[in-house]
Design a binder for this molecule. Structure first.
Ligand code: THU
Length: 137
């Protein structure tokens, strides 16, 4: 399903999503593009709030949009910032919930790309199986 053309398209969409970032406080625009196993694309941008803690990151916007549409199997996430910033810990936790093996491509505007799986980004993650194991009699 994933080929070079789709990956390039996702990179473009993640970069384009930055334009929709609502970032009056940090002025730090982040864009994300999520490709599902079913072939759908969900984009996200960071959305800040005057109550700063209510801010939602671009990665989580994309993932939550997908999950709210019934999609929970993810093939690739592209995250775009000007400088190739790495996803925050909260977003990593949300990534591993659904797709620990998913590659996460971290891109900058100069065309540099760093790729790691969600599990690599969050070693020793707290996972759904821990809750299941604890619930056993
Ligand atoms: N941000 C993201 O959108 N994704 C991340 O993984 C890191 C941080 C946003 C949150 C806030 O709007 C701005 O970047 C500065 O922290």
């Amino acid at each position: 399903m994933l080929n070079e053309e789709i990956i390039q398209d996702l990179v473009s969409r993640a970069i384009a999503a930055r334009q929709r970032a609502y970032v009056p406080y940090s002025n730090f625009a982040v864009g994300a593009a999520l490709f599902t196993e079913s072939g759908q694309i969900y984009t996200g941008c960071n959305i800040e709030n005057a109550s700063y803690g209510m801010t939602v990151c671009a990665e989580r916007v994309a993932i939550l949009k997908a999950v709210s549409e019934g999609e929970t199997e993810f093939a690739l996430l592209v995250v775009a910032t000007e400088i190739g910033a790495s996803p925050c810990g909260a977003c990593r936790q949300v990534m591993v919930e659904f797709a620990p093996e998913m590659p996460v491509m971290i891109v900058d505007l100069a065309g540099n790309i760093t790729t790691r799986s969600a599990a690599q980004l969050l070693p020793l993650a707290f996972l759904p199986r821990h809750l299941q194991e604890a619930a056993r009699p």
